[in-house]
Design a protein around this ligand. Structure first.
Ligand SMILES: C=C(O[C@H]1C=CC=C(C(=O)O)[C@@H]1O)C(=O)O
Ligand SMILES: [Mg+2]
Length: 443
């Protein structure tokens, strides 16, 4: 099993059992590099996950030593972690809205301290075992032993091959037009400058789509993104390749960004640059982005010693779209933990709107589907460091159906047709992979 011999494992486990340690404990082994997704796909656990960062660092994890579901559990875990250590990591996420109905297998929030992790980056490859000794350390040791010997060897992933049976949009274009008109009406704009409206595309497939195969292909095309798969019930998977960082924290050092404002890509390089230049100068797109910058800066100022947005706007170029991006740096006050940061920063006006409460109310009342974890926050936290992405460019996968999501920031000057086209450009990266061209088919 991934090159950790049972003698080394038994010795480390006995060492742990002989101590009188309480709380969360961890064993780490260096191991040979393996394909994390090929390993993950073989494991028999109901909880399985994959998390990959633009830096190339990635983790495949299975099982759970501990589970956090309530705000109190999340807060207690944050408080109990050592601020000078990033080895104990909780992975998971939270839904877009507190009021969202629940997706199958995806509660309001869920973070796990995995039982086993395979952590790799350019330099290292580590196999990590986590233990929760809060209750019954002896029993925990025996559980780890049996679970370790039940781990499976990696095996190549199945190919990506499935056909479309049927698809539908919620809202459809007619309804979308009405919603955009409502948000852009002067009487609405007087109190709510931005609402990010989203669409769900429900796709029925002719055969099972393996989530690990899907992310394997997807991440190879979008290497500047966070890629993730979360599976908590063994059936449903939340899969995504998101370009947007919610925040990354190293001690008190926090990096976030405003990613909003979109243009399509063009295969002709000259036309592509033309689209980029127009995006950088476009008033509507600049406002979409500036609203996010201003809101993040204002929220951070309340909890930071220092906040600095980058002076100039960058361009982030993806496979099918390009975005305006403004990085923001802050030094946060020492008494803040990740549970507080998550509730302060999420949801940003890149996925919710401004003011947050009135935009959220509009979305919850009018959008017409449950966003679940789409546009929620996904990632990991430890005492010392954390990394979260905004869960856009994502899909909920059950074996033969795929619900995928895209949103667009509606501000004064937004046109329904242009924003609808923007949704199509955003979902195109995933549909390209599946070779699904919805426009050529009827719903
Ligand atoms: C809400 C989404 O994108 C956000 C992030 C980048 C650009 C956006 C825009 O231009 O509208 C959105 O704010 C999504 O892709 O579902
Ligand atoms: Mg937009």
């Amino acid at each position: 099993m991934i090159s950790i011999d049972s003698t080394a494992f038994e010795k480390a486990l006995e060492g742990l059992a002989a101590t009188n340690l309480a709380g969360y404990q961890q064993l780490k082994f260096s191991c040979l590099k393996v394909d994390p997704l090929a390993w993950l796909n073989q494991q028999l656990h109901t909880v399985r996950g994959y998390w990959s960062e633009p830096s190339g660092a990635h983790t495949a994890f299975v099982g759970q030593a501990c589970d956090l579901l309530s705000p109190e559990q999340l807060q207690n875990a944050c408080e109990s972690l050592n601020h000078n250590d990033d080895s104990l990591r909780f992975y998971g996420g939270m839904a877009f809205s507190r009021r969202s109905a629940q997706w199958p297998g995806f509660p309001q929030r869920r973070f796990v301290l995995p039982r086993f992790e395979l952590r790799q980056n350019a330099q290292l490859s580590e196999f990590v075992i986590n233990a929760d000794f809060h209750n019954n350390p002896r029993q925990e040791i025996e559980l780890i032993r049996s679970q370790f010997y039940a781990l499976q060897d990696p095996h190549p992933l199945p190919p990506l091959s499935c056909q479309l049976r049927q698809y539908s949009y919620q809202p459809n274009f007619e309804r979308w037009q009405k919603l955009v008109d409502e948000v852009t009406a002067p009487s609405f704009q007087a109190h709510t400058a931005k609402v990010v409206l989203a669409r769900q595309t429900q796709i029925k497939l002719d055969r099972e789509l393996n989530p690990f195969t899907l992310i394997d292909h997807w991440q190879k095309r979008e290497q500047q993104c966070y890629s993730f798969v979360f599976q908590f019930d063994g059936v449903h998977s939340f899969v995504g390749c998101s370009p947007e960082r919610l925040y990354s924290r190293d001690g008190l050092d926090l990096r976030t960004e405003a990613l909003a404002g979109t243009a399509p890509r063009h295969i002709d390089p000259a036309q592509d640059i033309e689209l980029a230049n127009r995006l950088l100068e476009d008033d509507k797109n600049q406002r979409e982005n500036q609203i996010v910058v201003d809101d993040l800066v204002r929220r951070l100022q309340e909890i930071s010693l220092h906040v600095q947005p980058q002076a100039h706007t960058e361009l982030l170029r993806l496979r099918r779209v390009q975005h305006l991006k403004r990085p923001i740096h802050a030094t946060i006050s020492p008494d803040l933990d990740d549970s507080a940061l998550l509730s302060t920063l999420h949801p940003t006006p890149a996925v919710g709107g401004l003011p947050r409460s009135s935009a959220m109310r509009f979305i919850e009342q009018k959008e017409g589907f449950d966003r679940g974890w789409y546009s929620g926050a996904v990632g990991w936290f430890s005492g010392e460091r954390s990394e979260f992405s905004v869960a856009i460019r994502s899909a909920l996968l059950s074996p033969t159906s795929l619900n995928t999501y895209a949103g667009a920031g509606i501000v004064e000057g937004s046109q329904a047709q242009e924003e609808w086209d923007e949704l199509n450009h955003k979902t195109a990266a995933l549909l390209d992979l599946l070779q699904l061209d919805l426009d050529s088919l009827s719903a």
